[in-house]
Design a protein around this ligand. Sequence first.
Ligand SMILES: [Zn+2]
Length: 208
Amino acid sequence: MATHMRFALDHGDTDVIMGKLEDAATYDALLEAGARGKLAIGSIHCGDAAAVFGRLMDSGVAVHRLAASIRLVQAQRLLRRLCEDCRAPKRPTRAELDYFGLDEAFLARVGLDFLAGESIVFFESAGCSYCDGSGYVQGAPGWSTRDRVPACETLVTTPAIADLLRQGAPLDAIRQAAWAEGTWTMRESALRWALLGVTSLTEVVRVT
Ligand SMILES: [Zn+2]
């Protein structure tokens, strides 16, 4: 795949989208495309957004290339949508509110300030004939916006993050800096969907 992409880069003027990146040659080819000013997008299996930097560094990519070529990394997991025919409100316990950190600062952080001061309600589904007893929307096989919503963590390579990369900072320092700059964690993004009643707290815990 890397060889094919190099050929395309040398003989064409197109942007690049690659499927699963799985070795140093494909990482290198994608970064090269970015360095040449192309829009280059690739997918890679990692636990979270910052872990992508770790994977590339472990494969021998120099940190200055990461800082210079990568504009953003988005990690994503899919949450099942609750069946609207059988979902029912469920008030979280005090312990759950504390465990998930669902205070006013959190609501402001995920853009749900309007819920501050309201009593927070989640939804769970028992299952019905419409959803085949599953409690969740039944969709066609594969990805669909009808039956799934994405919990996303979007890590932008801001000047501060780029500096940390160049300094060889640990991934946790990069995670903390991104969080301080407003990046939602996967869990925060998932909780947002649960607060909006689109998915359940059970699904949030299962997926994130
Ligand atoms: Zn149902």
